[in-house]
Design a protein around this ligand. Sequence first.
Ligand code: 5GP
Ligand code: MG
Length: 172
Amino acid sequence: MPHLTAVLSGAEIHKKVKALGNRISVDYGGQELIVVGVLKGAFIFLADLVRELTIPVQIDFVQLASYGSDTSSSGCVTISKELELDIASRHVLVVEDIVDSGLTIAYLSTYLKKFGPASVKVCVFINKTERRQVDVLLDYVGHTVKGGFLVGYGLDYNGNYRALPGVYHLKV
Ligand code: 5GP
Ligand code: MG
């Protein structure tokens, strides 16, 4: 049986998401923002985050297919669901659940910049530092951990645990 250890409670998450929402709203100073969520993991974080924003926002999603193991990405990333909104000359904020090696975010930034946005920034709920392979700039970070495999609040293991309101460390 997999073993779950609490990392962040729902209440702690709420505080962090609220703080991120406030900072983002201030930084963009009333400018309209396109929030691009990375499916599937970011859907809960994105839903909470956009409701803390006080600036006008449009929402789109991309999905990536990464050919790796269950617990790490291989860096071989392709787009499995394309962007639908036109982001040319628009301010884009990528919303991602967790950054580990950094390969996914690096790939996605390059993909998005091809459409000629005014800016691309990254907001990640969890920054996992131990296995970083590429130096990616994370503009907004909810929580930082060194390592381990996390589930809950959108994060899955084999499709399970996404709906847990807190974040947990999973030991298989
Ligand atoms: P990266 O490309 O930065 O190595 O990995 C990013 C993706 O790997 C995340 O979007 C997520 O899908 C997956 N990932 C990395 N670390 C974890 C983790 O601790 N838990 C879960 N559930 N997924 C992870
Ligand atoms: Mg993901």
